[in-house]
Ligand binder design. Sequence first.
Ligand SMILES: N[C@@H](CCC(=O)N[C@@H](CS)C(=O)NCC(=O)O)C(=O)O
Ligand SMILES: [Fe+2]
Length: 293
Amino acid sequence: MSQHALHIEMFFDADSATFSYVVADPLTKQAAIIDPVLNYVAAAGQVSTEGADKLLRFLEEHGWQLQWILETHAHADHLSAAYYLKQKTGATLAIGEGIRKVQRTFKAIFNIADSELQANGDYFDKLFSDNEHFTIGSVSATVINTPGHTNDSVSYYIAGHLFVGDSLFMPDAGTARCDFPGGDAHILFRSIQRIYQLPDDTAIYMCHDYQPNGRELKYKTTVLEQKHSNIHVNAKTCEAEFVEKREARDKTLAVPRLIYPAVQVNIRGGQLPHAEANGQRYIKIPLSVNKNN
Ligand SMILES: N[C@@H](CCC(=O)N[C@@H](CS)C(=O)NCC(=O)O)C(=O)O
Ligand SMILES: [Fe+2]
């Protein structure tokens, strides 16, 4: 196995505070991209691919081929560049099998026709089950289901490196919110216990960092550091204590700025909604009307 040769490169999208990663096996020149971001200006409805093009340039410069596009979950805060990258490279787009539930939930919310979304994992090439193994070139990787933030959340364990999506954040930021449809703080706690079973020196890579108290940007920590000092779940925290803390914080959080555009594109694997009869694609926003007004 070429564990020693693994190359991990972090890319940061400042607009959504999202980390994307290129994980490559230089021996076989095969690579994966985790959680790529599609740039989006909401007011203008303007989609562009600068971030994804940077990833493609990086692969090209190294002579690496994109084998996998891996989503840790259907993101609610940014659009995914997965479909764009898939079109450009022919790579396999994968996500956890819980995406079916997420698709079902949001298909109803957005009133999407069966002809456009079946909610059976369509739009993705590969649905991972819990503990499933796969390889990036000659490097072996394992999928660990880590739901709680969303139903489809997974972490990718790749040769001693764990990409946790939105479950844990840096120790001083704690954990991801659990108040989206399908989110559950009890379930997130149990997912985190699974992560804490991994060896202490396992490197943990964030999907976001919101830089609490204005500290410098951080994207990497270890299982040991999390167990020692995560402000929401350390080695001694019990489930009830976590759930109380998590739910209290969730009540204070605003709806993510891009939740509607992001979710309706990301349940389609990063594809924009079908064009209407006039050839134009639209993003839908379900309105909630205050009856007192
Ligand atoms: N202000 C950000 C918030 C994004 C957000 O809610 N992020 C989720 C992950 S998708 C989260 O867990 N946030 C935790 C927190 O803000 O404490 C936005 O509007 O996009
Ligand atoms: Fe998220």
